[in-house]
Design a protein around this ligand. Sequence first.
Ligand SMILES: NC(=O)c1ccc[n+]([C@@H]2O[C@H](COP(=O)([O-])OP(=O)(O)OC[C@H]3O[C@@H](n4cnc5c(N)ncnc54)[C@H](O)[C@@H]3O)[C@@H](O)[C@H]2O)c1
Length: 252
Amino acid sequence: MSGTDRPPVALVTGGGGDIGRAIALKLARMSTAVAIVDRDEAAARATAQLVEQGGARALAIRADVSLAPDTIAFVEAVETRLGPIGIFANNAGIEGVVAPLHEYPDETFDRVLQVNVKGVFLGLKHVLARMMQRGTGAIINTASTSAIRGRAGLAGYVASKHAVLGLTRTAALDVAGTRIRVNAVLPGPVESRMIRELEGQARDGGIALRRSNATAHGRPQDVANVVAFLASDEAAHVNGAAWVVDGGTTLA
Ligand SMILES: NC(=O)c1ccc[n+]([C@@H]2O[C@H](COP(=O)([O-])OP(=O)(O)OC[C@H]3O[C@@H](n4cnc5c(N)ncnc54)[C@H](O)[C@@H]3O)[C@@H](O)[C@H]2O)c1
């Protein structure tokens, strides 16, 4: 939390998607208000409506996290309209395509890195600039178990999630000595649009995505619960962590 008396304002990027929606709904219980950013405006609004139905304030904003002007604008809009951002779930991401590396399209590689790496960097940069002025806040970047494992056919995605972990660790060191914390959550496959898309493409291309003994996918709420913990004062001594949420499947 923000460490102030009032519950903090939370910001969730990719809040129109499966995991972002679950995070927004969970953070709504520990926040004054939740801002939902997504390039899909209808999806952002749908999440905002669910948050409001739960009794919390919500603000939906259409923006592309990979663009600096969009990021600067949504951070400004959230702070002006709702108040200081105390919790930031830096969650928006795309999967790219499934293809062996020697056939992986250059433009897909560039786009995946633009959204998943540059987008996470821009969010960190512009939210941290505000948090550093106040000396308090919690940021949770959504990485993936693809940040610590290879995965056949997913060159862009795996490279991008390794980079998210690198950004998390660097930011955590940059804020050391303050009451700001930057952590990463690393979900394994979650029951979601993204995983259905990837598994469908992998099946069509004859590529085995799984390299673990996974028996079941997680649920978006499983990820949201850990994000809420990392955002809370209970996690006051957790900084720079890579918190795996995969039912233990990457152990094998
Ligand atoms: N689904 C999984 O199994 C899984 C596993 C590990 C990690 N993740 C990560 O979790 C995060 C959320 O994934 P999800 O499963 O909810 O996927 P999703 O596709 O349901 O949600 C992603 C959301 O991000 C939005 N988005 C994409 N690019 C954007 C951009 N440039 N600007 C703003 N919004 C943008 C999309 O419109 C979408 O609403 C991603 O970072 C993903 O890589 C997902």
